[in-house]
Unconditional design. Structure first.
Length: 460
């Protein structure tokens, strides 16, 4: 008689909302779980552990979470021993309140407590309900295991690399300093070691992450203790990463317009791996609104930065973030935003209606200076319509040109492959393309068609 089968490996499912930092945090949690003996489930229904990684940057994201948690009650009751965890920015803010409001939630972990997830899941399986949201200033929060690409990474050719976390800017609309804490930068040697490990696993493109990524190391430089902390100037860090064998592309997100020194601007002109694309959040084109947002720059200062960057790299593609309907925003303020978008010629933008976040300075303005919801919606639609035209024009100008794409996998358009070019544009390979290319391949292509959302290309 054969031996009895061993216990089935525990299986997990991760659901992620929000920014690239949240996506990368979910990758870290996935890595921790894989190293703890879990396997990835193919669907929520076959998972024993389901984790929701949350976003609180806008009210809509919180409401979606609460709706999802209500629906997940049936998942929790659908199998014995199922465990439900909640992490991310909402978890950091709400902590124990989530356990009180949602009895189906077994554990809560904040943005500083990722490494506790396996232990929290184990404790939950034994009947404990725990919230861990204490802020950790320790650098060990960065040093988490990297899972092999074949086990966890959906795109083996590209990887996120956290260089700093937190934000000290305290923009009046933003909850990030509350949910992510104050700025803390990793030692450069730790970043370089992780980058080398990623390159050895086949990663070709690094995306450097931080809430204000180009503020990396700034406090240590100002205080004269960069050597003691092991940090560098941000541009110098990029220059060292660019020398690593196997790394063909480097990007960074999201920078703050205040922290572009001359060396960082120059790097865009003389470092081949540094991609010709910068996501440069502006938020508004109105000086009055920028002051109310506490952005610490004005319209002309922003435009001068654009001129400096394009002076270093004339073909630089710029994208941005924009908020409409900030308290007190007038029609003239909004027209200033439309005009700035046209003047810069953003290739794309992420635009949103202002959403008051409790605990931010701007939330107190909502009672007396709120922009009516129909006005917000009309402004958003006008802004997005203008951006759609600008994006399509930029894409049409690319038809007939050659570029190189890093393939990510199958396109949403049937029978095609999809990837991104150095300008961060989505490029779909034509169904007429001969042969196949595995994800992570760098493929020379010629652009043959433009749409408002992507480019269509054929192998060059």
């Amino acid at each position: 008689m054969g031996a009895a089968p061993g216990p089935r490996p525990r299986r997990f499912w991760l659901r992620t909302f929000g920014c690239q930092m949240n996506v990368h945090d979910s990758e870290k949690v996935e890595s921790l779980l894989l190293h703890s003996g879990y396997t990835a489930a193919r669907s929520p229904d076959e998972a024993d552990l389901l984790i929701v990684n949350t976003c609180s940057i806008r009210e809509k994201a919180e409401h979606r979470l609460y709706s999802d948690l209500g629906l997940l009650r049936s998942w929790k009751e659908g199998g014995p021993g199922r465990v439900l965890g909640v992490g991310g920015c909402v978890a950091q803010q709400e902590g124990d309140a989530l356990l009180l409001r949602f009895p189906q939630v077994d554990f809560v972990f904040g943005t500083h407590n990722l490494r506790l997830v396996p232990a929290l899941a184990l404790a939950a399986g034994e009947g404990q309900r725990v919230a861990r949201t204490e802020e950790r200033r320790s650098l060990d929060r960065f040093e988490l295991p990297i899972a092999p690409p074949e086990l966890s990474r959906k795109n083996p050719g590209r990887a996120y690399l956290t260089v700093m976390e937190g934000c000290d800017m305290f923009c009046s609309f933003c909850i990030v300093p509350v949910t992510r804490g104050r700025e803390i930068s990793r030692p450069a040697e730790a970043i370089l070691r992780e980058a080398e490990s990623l390159a050895q696993r086949g990663v070709r493109e690094l995306i450097l992450l931080g809430q204000t990524v180009n503020a990396y190391g700034r406090h240590a430089l100002r205080r004269g203790n960069a050597e003691a902390t092991g940090t560098l100037a941000f541009a110098e860090l990029i220059r060292r990463l660019a020398k690593l064998p196997g790394i063909s592309r480097i990007r960074y997100t999201s920078p703050h317009p205040l922290f572009f020194d001359d060396d960082l601007v120059a790097a865009h002109g003389d470092l081949a791996p540094l991609c010709p694309h910068v996501h440069l959040p502006v938020q508004s084109g109105s000086d009055a609104v920028l002051r109310a947002m506490r952005r610490r720059y004005g319209r002309e200062q922003y435009l001068r930065l654009v001129t400096r960057l394009r002076g270093a790299r004339p073909d630089l593609a710029l994208t941005t973030d924009l908020i409409v309907g900030f308290p007190g925003e007038t029609d003239r303020d909004f027209e200033d935003t439309l005009a700035l978008v046209r003047e810069v010629g953003f290739v794309d933008s992420y635009s949103f209606k202002y959403s008051p976040r409790p605990g931010t300075a701007a939330a107190s303005l909502e009672a007396s200076q709120a922009v009516p919801e129909p006005v917000k919606q009309a402004r958003l639609e006008a802004l997005q319509s203008q951006q759609k035209s600008l994006t399509l024009a930029a894409h049409r100008a690319r038809v007939g040109t050659r570029t190189e794409i890093l393939l990510e996998g199958e396109s949403r358009r049937g029978g095609q492959l999809s990837g991104r070019d150095p300008y961060h544009r989505i490029v779909n390979l034509s169904a007429r393309a001969p042969g196949s290319f595995p994800p992570g391949s760098l493929v020379p292509v010629e652009v043959v068609e433009a749409t408002p959302h992507s480019l269509l290309a054929e192998p060059a």
